[in-house]
Design a protein around this ligand. Structure first.
Ligand SMILES: [Fe+2]
Length: 299
């Protein structure tokens, strides 16, 4: 039997998971499923959900245990742009570059009339890309910073007004009960095993909020709801396992700091821990090997 001092060598706090257990998806309305397929499936290497939303009104794209939701059912078509940058881990940046080249050429060929904002560049060991409508994506190679994730949405980094980071960290720590801190004008919120929300102060003017959203699962589904409800901040009562809010407020003085819809679900939600299909995008019809259809990395 180990002596107690032997057991104390472990940093138990460092292995704790806060109340927000999973950042599953972000959702942006887009006007053209063809361009969305080329960017989010062909270029980024996601896998279209084969079970839900198989028409042209929406597309769910899988990246490991996470998704991007891309509805286009609005009439007239709507375009939403997340006010920040989403971070992915992909298995290979070299392969990603080839797919971005291919998808960029296909966009011009398939939708020659489209004036897209698509672009990408390699910068400081990551690849930064912009979707056809201006959503910013940063792709990282797997690294210890993101645990053992080899494919997935690992963070969303929001641009926020000056003087808000401290209050935002307080909100996530005290209301959402997630590990959160503010340093140098940036709030960092720990989610699940290896995911983060970042809120980085900027002096650049921010666009008006356009209703895009993020979705999280939380363990204590009751206490944050109660706090928000008492302050009239719940914006949607979807069902027994989901509610939403839009304003991040400072728990110290109720000052409204930043607006972003959070689709908040309980761990009893029917979709929690749903297995997501991920393909091996390294194979083609010419290089096919039986049994290697699925992505085999970890996430
Ligand atoms: Fe959603």
């Amino acid at each position: 039997m180990n002596a107690p001092e032997k057991l104390n060598q472990y940093d138990r706090e460092a292995r704790a998971v806060g109340n927000i257990v999973h950042l599953e998806h972000f959702n942006v309305c887009i006007p053209d499923q063809r361009l969305a397929t080329l960017f989010y499936v062909v270029a980024l290497g996601g896998t279209r959900d084969p079970y839900l939303f198989m028409g042209l009104e929406n597309m769910w794209v899988n990246y490991g245990r996470t998704q991007v939701h891309l509805p286009s059912r609005a009439v007239p078509p709507r375009t939403e742009v997340l006010r920040g940058t989403v971070g992915f881990v992909v298995p290979s940046l070299a392969e990603l570059k080839k797919r971005l080249e291919f998808a960029g050429a296909e966009m011009k060929r398939v939708v020659p009339e489209a004036k897209t904002r698509f672009s990408w560049q390699e910068k400081d060991g990551v690849i930064e890309a912009t979707c056809p409508w201006g959503n910013r994506v940063r792709c990282h190679a797997p690294s210890p910073q993101f645990g053992n994730t080899e494919l997935g949405l690992v963070y969303v980094e929001f641009d926020v007004p000056p003087g808000t980071a401290d209050g935002i960290a307080r909100f996530y720590k005290e209301v959402m009960r997630a590990p959160a801190k503010a340093e140098g004008g940036r709030a960092t919120v720990g989610i699940g095993r290896n995911q983060f929300l970042y809120f980085t102060e900027t002096t650049q003017p921010l666009p008006e909020y356009d209703n895009h959203h993020i979705q999280v699962y939380i363990a204590d589904f009751g206490a944050p709801y109660q706090w928000l409800k008492e302050r009239d901040l719940i914006t949607m009562e979807t069902d027994a396992d989901e509610w939403r809010f839009q304003w991040i407020v400072d728990p110290r003085d109720a000052r409204k700091l930043f607006q972003i819809e959070h689709e908040v679900r309980s761990m009893k939600h029917r979709l929690f821990n749903r297995p997501l299909v991920n393909r091996n995008h390294g194979i083609t019809n010419m290089t096919y090997v039986a049994g290697h259809d699925a992505f085999r990395g970890t996430y």
